[in-house]
Design a protein around this ligand. Sequence first.
Ligand SMILES: [Fe+2]
Ligand SMILES: [Fe+2]
Length: 310
Amino acid sequence: MTALSQTALLLELEPVVEKNLERHLAVAKEWFPHEYVPWSEGRTFDGPLGGEAWAESDSTIPDVARTALIVNLLTEDNLPSYHHEIATLFGRDGAWGTWVHRWTAEEGRHGTAIRDYLTVTRAVDPVALERARMTHMSAGYANVHDDEVLHSLAYVSFQELATRISHRNTGRVTGDPACEALLARVAADENLHMVFYRNLLAGAFELAPSQAMRAVADVVADFQMPGNGIDGFARKSVAIALAGIYDLRQHRDDVVAPVLRQWDVFNVTGLDADGEAARDEIAAHLDDLERAASRFEEKRDARAARLAAR
Ligand SMILES: [Fe+2]
Ligand SMILES: [Fe+2]
């Protein structure tokens, strides 16, 4: 069987997009970012309005929660780049275009809501945050597989679930019920996005199983969080992993494995030689992830024991 071109894939998947767009619009609940922000806690800052400058002591949430909130917000902030990626690849017409715009509109709420919360509660240094946003957005974002439809669908299937988990767990570690409620709401959006993309790729598995398998294998092999270009990301992601907000165990067991299970990758039939090879790569990668996750957990436990012994 000859491989379907990018254009053919878009055309063939359009009915699946249409169906899932309808489904999405039926289940997505309207919500309002302003309702999740404790405005009465706010105070005017220094600068033109002559209020009080931010001080370290203003923040009442744990350090690692601040780090995670900053990473999550900067990730959301880069939305124009993500929009550019999917608008270029999926197009702005028909059901694909409707989805691209709707998704962008929903994502636009996330950055707004988190920034409002952080500014009002003085949870993070607003000057450092703004500078980090400028740096991060100025660098832009490009997906490594940005010219391949199925690779991009596979990537966002995992990525939306990863951000869902990261938002939800960040909310928990803040210890602030208001922040937890806000991030749980954002996480619910991310979950619906994951379902949408996962269903599209499920459609691709029916249409072009070997191409879909290849896409999944390539994407799981080099998966990076969308915020990986953030200044100091390596250091920040270690802190985030140590706090159990997003670590290798969660990545393997709560993101990669459940999505693969939904596609039933190990029972897909009709694969050509490359499709079979891709599936073997996925299995090998799951084993590698298992080893790496166990190693990380052992190290984290040893570190916790060391700290407790002090
Ligand atoms: Fe988001
Ligand atoms: Fe999302």
